[in-house]
Design a protein around this ligand. Structure first.
Ligand code: GLU
Length: 444
């Protein structure tokens, strides 16, 4: 059995009941095979893949809080500190009822390679809770965040582990978490990113994942001899990533015709009006269905089906495993030629294989959505400098990082004779830096 297959089997055996984690590891290891086979002795001797697939530390804790009825609620809290070879752990916190250890391990594992691709000194981590902020009052969210941070603050710090937002964790939650961290530790430091602008946040952080997705998409289009202007784009999701991907795509002349949430999707052949979406999602914290109530040209459909809308480009920006083989086939049949993932692992393995086997240009999330964490890295830099850069300055750096990621991914794919295979390119380029650092640091 090859080293890669041995390690994958070990991961499955030792992490029972964690299908998302297995899926993420398998996708990465499969494409690393061409690298590992060439250097098998070196990596095997150092137990490199066994170490890479085992988190350095997982913290799991109880989060008790009191709801508006005076009832005691208990949630699960976690932080997976996966790999610190190239920098302090870095990665978001997800608050969503689906959160469990498998999902956080898959996200933390992906984050190692994603953060490496940004070129910034950030290790990989992820955390969160099965708490659902949806429908909770601001006071309940604050009570939860304070309790969550009361435990988490013992394990994080500006030079140790720097969490940020993810699904269910935005500016409001980061504010409450930061306040509690400062209150307990006495430290006013860049321990979280995605902070408000009045207390150390960075301009562009809100837009960064979505904007970065479009910046790398532009590079993909360029390499294919195409441009974004005039293309019809379908985006799933309607959170932060989807909204700002749509905004930048529109600024560059594309037509965005659909958005979705976990209940259904809206199709607006005239082009989505983002001011209305922002009001629904960012101000009222409402559902995407309300868009169709407000706009005559739009139509709402409950349930799945967003991938049956004809388009040129698809940007899955919702959550994991929401685009399957059948969806991929429908996209192909309707003329889609390019897919870039704004979310983490939104396409199933079968779907990504189908894209690649059928000539659809595909950029995996760990490269395509790295603009968010990259700008978090820029927020850390500004915090360390005690300075704030202008919007244009941060945006230019973000653009440069996304261009650089595309170049690295493309180069790795070419070096290993799989041109255009951006899945392999991203995994290889991300892995090389981490592996180098791990080998240099000895067995730890
Ligand atoms: N949650 C985002 C991600 O998946 C951002 C993480 C961060 O900024 O640390 O990359």
């Amino acid at each position: 059995m090859s080293y890669v297959d041995e390690v994958y089997q070990r991961v499955v055996d030792r992490n029972p009941g964690e299908p998302e984690f297995h899926q993420a590891v398998k996708e990465v290891l499969d494409s690393l095979k061409i690298v590992i086979d060439k250097n098998e002795d070196k990596y095997r001797k150092a137990g490199l893949l066994e170490r890479l697939t085992e988190p350095e530390r997982i913290i799991s804790f109880r989060v008790p809080w009191v709801d508006d009825e005076g009832k005691v609620q208990i949630n699960k809290g976690y932080r997976v500190q996966f790999n610190s070879a190239i920098g302090p752990y870095k990665g978001g916190l997800r608050f969503h009822p689906s959160v469990n250890q498998s999902i956080l391990k898959f996200l933390g594992f992906e984050q190692i390679l994603k953060n490496s691709l940004t070129g910034l000194p950030m290790g990989g981590g992820k955390g969160g809770s099965d708490f659902d902020p949806k429908g909770k009052s601001d006071r309940e969210v604050m009570a939860f965040c304070q309790s969550f941070m009361t435990e988490l603050c013992k394990h994080i710090g500006a030079n140790t582990d720097v969490p940020a937002g993810d699904i269910g964790v935005g500016g409001r939650e980061i504010g409450f978490l930061f306040g509690q961290y400062k209150r307990i530790t006495k430290l006013y430091e860049g321990v979280l990113t995605g902070k408000g602008l009045s207390f150390g946040g960075s301009l562009v952080r809100t837009q960064a994942t979505g904007y970065g997705l479009i910046y790398i998409l532009v590079e993909m289009l360029k390499a294919a001899g195409k441009e974004l202007a005039g293309q019809t784009v379908v985006i799933s999701g309607s959170g932060n990533v989807a909204i700002y991907a749509a905004e930048k795509a529109q600024q560059l002349g594309a037509k965005v015709v659909a958005l979705s949430d976990s209940n259904g999707y809206v199709y607006d052949p005239e082009g989505i009006q983002l001011d209305i979406v922002k009001d629904i999602k960012e101000v009222k914290r409402g559902r995407i269905k309300e868009y169709a109530d407000a706009v005559a040209s739009a139509q709402y459909t409950a349930g799945k089906g967003i991938w049956t809308i004809p388009c040129d480009i698809t940007l899955p920006c919702a959550t994991q495993n929401k685009l399957d083989l059948e969806d991929a086939k429908a996209l192909k049949a309707n003329g889609c030629f390019m897919v870039a993932e704004g979310a983490n692992m939104p396409s199933t393995r079968e779907a990504t294989d189908f894209f690649q086997e059928n000539g659809i240009v595909f950029m995996p999330g760990k490269a395509a959505n790295a603009g968010g964490v990259a700008t978090s890295g820029l927020e850390q830099s500004q915090n360390s400098l005690r300075l704030s850069w202008t919007f244009e300055e941060v945006d230019e750096r973000l653009k440069g990082i996304m261009k650089d990621i595309f170049a690295k991914v493309n180069d790795a794919a070419n070096r290993y004779d799989v041109p255009g295979n951006y899945v392999a390119g991203a995994n290889i380029a991300g892995f090389e830096k981490v592996a180098d650092a791990m080998l240099a640091q000895g067995i730890c």
